[in-house]
Design a protein around this ligand. Structure first.
Ligand SMILES: C[S@@+](CC[C@H](N)C(=O)[O-])C[C@H]1O[C@@H](n2cnc3c(N)ncnc32)[C@H](O)[C@@H]1O
Length: 250
């Protein structure tokens, strides 16, 4: 039976818990886009309409926890919590960091400081854009970005003999609850988890938000652990996203 635990705590406090080392860390780091967090979302306006005027989301952060996010501490966590480099080939761990385009270079540089010497950029293609409301924009954003970071040996890679391109479709499954403003779609997370891990491996999300990574991982029989600092977010993740999981939450 798979194991899963979501902690309502800072990932920096991980030493308080007896977590097994992970084959894969997936993290969607706070975008630190400060007061423009909702600039590409309909939620900037009341009921999503410009004519209604700005909502309380205009000029606000996604999370009050965003401003405090420390990338160096996150990299330290990953270097400690990922399994060590194995002797053989085809088994090494990896981390996948979703981030804003503007953060890619910073994440690569911090990764190197903590021994993640290599990276593969990933691009996710969305069929639509939330920025359509911003009428002054000629080109609207319809992509998401992530980096696969690894130390020296190539990560475990289940491609079944197929070529895997560095772009993926942003497939959404609306049967899952929508909890977090930047929630990552479960089909996308499942696809990534299948490529970089095997059943029985451990997946950790230190900034779990809605619990989407944990849900995707346990559905694929991977053990899953996560941290979420925000109490309300944590409660929604536990009650809505992870309530069907036939595994103990605590
Ligand atoms: C971008 S969201 C993650 C969204 C998530 N990937 C999803 O699909 O729902 C980042 C989350 O990290 C949380 N967070 C920020 N700093 C944290 C920390 N130091 N420890 C644990 N959680 C943190 C925030 O409260 C927020 O819910």
């Amino acid at each position: 039976m798979v194991k899963m635990k979501l902690f309502n705590d800072h990932f920096q406090n991980y030493k308080r818990y007896q977590l097994p080392k992970a084959q894969l860390v997936i993290a969607d780091i706070p975008y630190n886009i400060a007061n423009d967090a909702y600039a590409s979302s309909r939620e900037w306006y009341k009921n999503g309409e410009i004519k209604n005027g700005e909502s309380d989301k205009a000029n606000s952060n996604f999370f009050n926890t965003d401003v405090d996010f420390r990338v160096a501490e996150f990299m330290h966590f990953c270097s400690h919590m990922l399994v060590k480099e194995p002797k053989g080939t085809g088994k090494a761990p990896a981390m996948i960091v979703f981030c804003a385009f503007q953060q890619l270079e910073m994440v690569i540089e911090y990764g190197k400081k903590y021994g993640f010497n290599h990276y593969i950029p990933l691009v996710f293609i969305k069929p639509t854009s939330a920025q359509v409301l911003k009428v002054n924009m000629k080109i609207v954003g319809a992509t998401e970005y992530a980096l696969v970071l690894y130390r020296d040996k190539l990560p475990k890679f289940n491609n079944g003999g197929r070529m895997i391109k560095n772009w993926f479709r942003w497939d959404i499954d609306s049967s899952y609850p929508k909890i977090a403003p930047t929630q990552k779609p479960i089909p996308v997370l499942r696809h990534l988890i299948e490529i970089f891990t095997d059943p029985g491996d451990v997946v950790i999300d230190p900034v779990a938000g809605s619990g989407s990574t944990l849900r995707a991982a346990i559905e694929l029989n991977r053990d899953a652990y996560g941290f979420e600092i925000d109490k309300k977010m944590y409660q929604k993740a536990a009650k809505k996203m992870l309530k069907h999981a036939e595994v103990p939450l605590f």
